[in-house]
Design a protein around this ligand. Sequence first.
Ligand code: AMP
Ligand code: GLY
Length: 427
Amino acid sequence: MKVLVVGSGAREHALAWRLLHSARVQHVYVAPGNGGTALDPRLQNVPITALDALADFAAAEKVALTVVGPEAPLAGGIVDLFRARGLRIFGPTRAAAQLESSKAFAKDFMQRHGIPTAAYASFDDARLAHAHVERHGAPIVVKADGLAAGKGVVVATTTAEAHAAIDDMLGPNAPGAAAAGAQARVVLEECLVGEEASFIVVCDGRHVVPLASSQDHKRIGEGDTGPNTGGMGAYSPAPVVTPNVHARVMQEIIRPAVDGMAREGMPFTGFLYAGLMIDAHGQPRTIEFNCRLGDPEAQVLLMRLKSDLFELLVRAADGALAEHELQWDRRTALGVVMAAPGYPGTPRTGDGVSGLPAGSDELQVFHGGSALRDGRIVTSGGRVLCVTALGDSVRIAQGKALAAVRDIRFDGAQWRNDIGQRAIGRH
Ligand code: AMP
Ligand code: GLY
């Protein structure tokens, strides 16, 4: 069987790598892929990003399954397009992807279905947004409505910070306006407290198979300081997701979401990702939904997954997920992201990367913003690599990942030495 993975990040590298382990998979294409997928002789990059051209390619090559990594093609309707052409694809339709592509849709949906989340109000008029901040005070969370790669969020600790964020997001150059092709909006939210975790499930429209728990580190700096990024590292499992929390998340968040989408005529097929804030009493609240795997959560989850990924995703795409059970490596997987200088602002690119280790079952370097040029790997984006290791404890996995990180060189590389620290602190 041939498989097509759509995307170019470390998440897609990890998906392609894991799919190669499936007995029935003979060939994995990655469109457009990156330097890491180009280096692996078992993977083949195809330089296509237009949705129509991807469908043409899948049809011509008789691709048995297409798996979509990032949100943008999903929000752009790639699943609707493939299905209309009779091509098997795993991911949500454009309508279902609104759970991520529109924060206002997601918040209204959660309210309709009683899914616990932060109180919020949504504005397109800057004056009304400023007045709301004055009424509520700080801390308060300001979010751009629309896809912003995890970076359109400001957790404002002062009202001045909140006012500045509103001006940024509702100004003439607001990214939300361009992406939505419409009026920019901001969502102002109650600031939740607790510990975050990522809870990701596979859905076939009705049935749900949960993946293992994981935790992402969103801030650029050690000790969770500085601006938000797409994610600077992750580990799995996340001890904050106890069996009790797991049961509550399934019952209070995941089931109502999947049932609600089906009832509203937008059955959700794909990876459904609930970003959670879990308070001191073990009450989970939904920070956001994503309609895809997390990056870097995917890298640690796929490192631990022992079940056949191809079989899982084919069943889900075919609406036949019931009674599927997953097996996981009992060890901890931990991934450290190496980012280019300038990230999460505009990263510098074109720097040579050296010292990459040979991969093994216990250590993998998944590439994101890298390219293969004249036989050498150069940086080409913000999050360049995700160095991922398995170990018998969080501390051991962290030690293995960091040892590899220290051997890898590119100018101005940034990484965090404290990925997994919260879990280490628990033991
Ligand atoms: P999002 O893009 O919605 O995932 O937000 C990015 C990050 O901002 C989250 O991972 C949280 O760390 C933080 N955040 C978002 N919303 C809230 C909230 N209502 N309360 C506290 N922190 C939040
Ligand atoms: N790591 C967070 C995300 O993928 O949204």
